[in-house]
Design a protein around this ligand. Structure first.
Ligand SMILES: [Cu+2]
Length: 348
């Protein structure tokens, strides 16, 4: 399927027009003013017929700042997550993760027959502190053999990657390991064909915090992903956190002057790289989050498949700030969003 056809497809789905309008307008007026341009009004108008996605099953805004099932009510959360102090001061963190086949909404009215961890894509974010013990009870209630392969140090028996590691439908396996090294990692199914099992949605973020904590910040998780809706090994929809353009219509609220930390993960299949570009600002980059000193100070970061970074920045001015893949095609196909910074002084 050619790029042109992909664009035509997305235009039919009602996605492309708004994004294209915004991309054009940014060159003319500057990112912070986009919310007030005629182009934006036109975009908002054309986005109207798109309708809205059903956020009751998966809400990317909730996903953004949820880890260890913190988005669930306490009683419900206890079913999936439990922490027990250990004599050395660390924690035993126990999780229940289930593979389930489920259709998910990747753009308003556009559905994808996903394979999921706990019914959502990405799967629930797992977060531990360096030295904690992680125990994950994995239940495969899907229709295919699956595993969970964690990035990080662990015994090879816990790797979830070899043929003998496959958990058959109806089966269960317990993964157990110490959380290390600190950094922003990921987990994903490692059954074959790997590309297909990952692309279908079996992935999530695994954060290990350093023992001496990073500075307090407004933290969030962004997973750059894509969906091949016609199974021709090319993505037709791109997003952060699965729902195309969600953060355009639901800007991420941040505070001026408060440190923002983004755990950014690229799990996109079929395309070798993905990228993150933030308008009107620069940010520190900590590659894989495995060191406390920044590796780069930039406004655009490129990540290959499976690569991730911790990004830190502080908004200086209130207003709307665009972020998107710097590959224009990805942005037009849904990988685009806005921060909305509030507070502070409006003195540019
Ligand atoms: Cu799988």
């Amino acid at each position: 399927m050619s790029a042109l056809t992909r664009r035509s497809w997305i235009r039919l789905a009602g996605l492309g027009t708004a994004a294209a309008g915004l991309l054009q307008s940014k060159g003319i007026r500057g990112a912070q003013e986009i919310g007030h341009t005629p182009a934006m009004e036109h975009a908002a108008h054309t986005m109207g017929p798109m309708g809205t996605a059903d956020l009751s099953r998966f809400d990317p805004t909730r996903y953004l700042r949820a880890w260890n099932f913190s988005d669930l009510e306490p009683a419900q959360r206890a079913r999936y997550y439990r922490e027990t102090p250990r004599p050395d001061g660390s924690l035993l963190r126990e999780y229940e993760i289930t593979a389930i086949d489920r259709e998910i909404e990747i753009a308003p009215g556009v559905y994808f027959p996903a394979w999921t961890f706990n019914g959502q894509v990405p799967g629930p974010t797992i977060r531990a502190t360096e030295g904690d013990r992680v125990r994950v009870t994995f239940l495969n209630q899907g229709s295919h053999p699956h595993t969970i392969h964690f990035h990080g140090w662990h015994h090879p028996d816990m790797d979830g990657s070899m043929p003998e590691h496959q958990v058959m439908p109806g089966g269960t396996f317990i993964y157990e390991f110490d959380a290390e090294p600190y950094g922003t990692h990921l987990y994903h199914c490692h059954a074959v064909p790997l590309k297909r099992h990952i692309h279908k949605g079996l992935y999530g973020v695994f954060i290990v915090d350093p023992k001496s904590a990073r500075p307090a910040a407004d933290e969030m998780v962004m997973v750059m992903n894509g969906f091949d809706t016609d199974f021709d090994s090319e993505n037709d929809v791109y997003a952060v956190n699965s729902l195309a353009n969600h953060y355009m219509t639901h800007p991420i609220r941040v505070e001026v002057g408060r440190l923002v930390r983004i755990h950014l993960v690229n799990i996109t299949e079929f395309d070798l790289i993905n990228s993150f570009h933030l308008h009107a600002m620069f940010f520190d980059v900590f590659r894989t989050g495995t060191r406390m000193t920044a590796d780069d100070h930039t406004d655009t970061i490129m990540l290959t498949q499976g690569e991730r970074v911790v990004i830190e920045t502080t908004f200086r001015y209130p207003g709307k700030f665009m972020f998107h893949a710097h590959q224009r095609e990805f942005a037009e196909l849904g990988w685009m969003g806005l921060f909305e910074a509030v507070g502070g002084r409006r003195d540019t």
